[in-house]
Ligand binder design. Structure first.
Ligand SMILES: [Zn+2]
Length: 206
């Protein structure tokens, strides 16, 4: 049984089933590459050039995490949106899903998606929102990734083919996170793992 982890910052995570968030390409493991909204600097053209370089690499299976954080980022909403859209364009160009960090900016993100109309999946990572927000995001076409902390009702309501699982910065083994989500959805660990494995097709290599 494979337990895929679509977003982790833990360098010790399994290199073939966990997608490490990395700012530079690593030839020996799966990564995603992007500029976190907390890490946007004045030199963002230079930062984007690094992402662009990593994006074309074969082991880079996703773009991000990138996104909008209207609570904690020091960059203005306008700059955040500009950088986010640059990532969304890379996702389309290289046909790789987009992993999104979104805090206090969901209405804006939904509007951007409508306008941009992506072909590639847009995945909200580390989602903790309530069922009403879940419904809104699912209707708008997003995929949703759950980690250690999630809303129980939301975890039940995400359609099976839109769900992903991640460890992010958690210290828990990914198996524990799967077990909690399986319990929330009334599934066995194996059933959940099989579903997520099917969903991993959007990353191309699985
Ligand atoms: Zn993260």
């Amino acid at each position: 049984m494979l337990l895929f982890d679509i977003h982790t910052h833990n360098k010790a995570a399994n290199p073939t089933t966990a997608i490490l968030n990395s700012s530079c390409r690593l030839p020996d493991r799966l990564i995603s590459t992007g500029i976190h909204p907390w890490e946007i600097t004045d030199n963002h053209e230079e930062q984007l050039a690094v992402v662009r370089e990593a994006a074309m690499h074969r082991n880079t299976v996703a773009i991000g995490e990138c996104g909008l954080d209207f609570l904690k980022s020091t960059a203005t909403p306008e700059v955040q949106e500009q950088i986010f859209i640059a990532h969304a364009k890379l996702a389309e160009e290289y046909k790789k899903p987009l992993i999104i960090h979104c805090v206090k900016a969901f209405n804006r993100l939904i509007a951007l998606r409508k306008n941009f109309a992506p072909q590639q999946p847009w995945i909200i990572h580390g989602f903790r929102g309530k069922p009403q927000q879940t419904e809104q995001l699912i209707k708008a076409g997003f995929h949703i990734s759950l980690g250690e902390h999630f809303n129980l009702e939301s975890a039940k309501s995400i359609p099976a083919d839109r769900l992903f699982i991640e460890s992010d910065e958690s210290r828990l083994p990914i198996a524990d996170i799967y077990a909690a989500i399986a319990a929330a959805r009334g599934l066995t660990l194996e059933e959940l793992a099989e579903q997520i494995e099917r969903n991993m097709r959007i990353f191309g290599q699985f």
